[in-house]
Design a protein around this ligand. Sequence first.
Ligand SMILES: [Zn+2]
Ligand SMILES: [Zn+2]
Length: 617
Amino acid sequence: MTISRFDIHNHTHYSNLRLVDCTVRPRQLIDRAIELGLTGIAITDHESLGGHVELDRIQEEYKDKYPNFKIVRGNEIYLTDTRDKGQYYYHHILLALDATGHKMLRELSSTAWINSYFDRGMERVPTLKSEVEAVVGKYGQGHLYASAACLAGEVNHNLSQMIQAEQIGDTQTANKCHNNIVNFILWCENTYGKDYFSLEVAPGRSDEQLAVNSRMGNLAHAFDLPIVIGCDTHYLRKEDRFVHKAFLNSKDGEREIDSFYSYAYLQSEEEIRENLKGTGLDYNELCASSMKIWDKCQYYSLAHKQQVPQVPVPDFPKENKGSHKYDTKKYPTLDYLMHSDNPQERYWINYCQEQLEKKGLNNETYLSRLEEEADINKVIGDKLDTCMFAYPIFLQHYINLFWECGSTVGAGRGSACSGLNHWLLNVTQLDPVVNELPYWRYSNKERVELGDIDIDLAPSKRELVFQKIREERGQLGCVQVCTYGTISTKAAVKVACRGYRSQEYQEGIDLDEAEYISSLIPSERGFLWNLSDCFYGNKEKDRAPVKNFISAVEKYGGLKDILLGIEGLVTQRGIHASGVNFYDEDPYKTACFMKAKNGAIITQYSLHDAEYCGDGR
Ligand SMILES: [Zn+2]
Ligand SMILES: [Zn+2]
């Protein structure tokens, strides 16, 4: 009988944002965990929540097929006391046990990124212990589970130092390390709660790992704490090690601590048993402890209906009960709006009415058109559970701001021009009644979604506009959307050749040869074939395997696997050319943030992922 096991510490390619680190895609990791018979798996990238929406989608897709398999979202943070340079940035695992726990992760992660800085050539994103205390204080214990992490964690690192100090008779250092361990464990128990913290071991046979693992049983006993296994997956299977190595080698100057990664793959039961041998640790007991954490992990989804962001509006008083400015038969929705409890709705109708009067258009043609638009907005808003009337008001506010910033504003592109209310609110500059533009082209009751309104503004004023909006809404009130850059087909060839090592090619394959190999990749309408099509062909696209490419690659044993292993890996973060999200008072309700290379604050979720979480654009 196999023993139920949940693994709490694993990485995906979202760990590559600041360093070259991991060759695993989220779906591969989950499929492998299921194949190995695990009951669940936690994904804990290096200070990144960027993959969490993708995990949410996989969770939805798998929940009927594998009802007992849990996909748990966490983060491997850097936990410190200060943001001083030159210090040790301890690793620390946090798992979200429920939706509140995930919100806590979003807050902590965003804070870490917003305060990031460079130290010794690396971008540093530590979380302060005081920040963890504050977030747990705000939301309460029981939503986060913490684990002591790998050899770079505060417990394991100090334990390792202590063992080394003992061996050379340095009692002073040994005592100091001992105290660090005690203080840290007490801090964790206090902060997270006694049942929400565990020690962690990685199954591995390096001298340091074996020494630490051998002492972990005593430590657990002394503090009455559980120990769990964290495979700390950085590549999928043992045999993928060389692909991962090539990936790390491809970047100059980055450290490769070979022993650190020797066992960093998702191990099977047999492999773990083998790697724990001689440490006194009992596999069954460690698994039972992991299942206690698994029990605490609840199902939640990050998906939310999209909300229309709002701006404050001048208040128009409600129309008195029993009095009706509009004919209730002909204009029931306009009448409803006059009596609405929602100030956004009252503003919409009053402002539009004022404009009609000013323009001398307060007649049946225009009023019935306005009624039609109001009716559609109300129906869609009810279905989406948001206020659709707030949307053009929001735009009106910002278009006025664009003009104030000295930007010219385009007349409004696309179907938004067909909105009479858009014209009355100055969002567009075209009378759709005179121009015979039917409103259904922009919005109708069958299409239950926020319509897109494209507005052009002067690019030179973009920064000023952002600055003005942030003055109004706060730093996180208006945030540019991130993009994730992946290794393209051509780059894969370059990276693989640079990182390739063999007896004959100890420094990698030279650049000319890499260029030659990439020149053999066919392209179609300006797009290169992907590597899988080159090697195996693609019947649907009528593509046959590319013989000369294959034979050029096969001259180097293993190169093919490296190429296929790294193509498409996420390695970079960037700023979306036009996507900007708006957030109300509590941006962490749906979002989390990081910094782009140039220091700009950006979202951690890409455009479609942010939309999935309900962010307003
Ligand atoms: Zn770590
Ligand atoms: Zn790790």
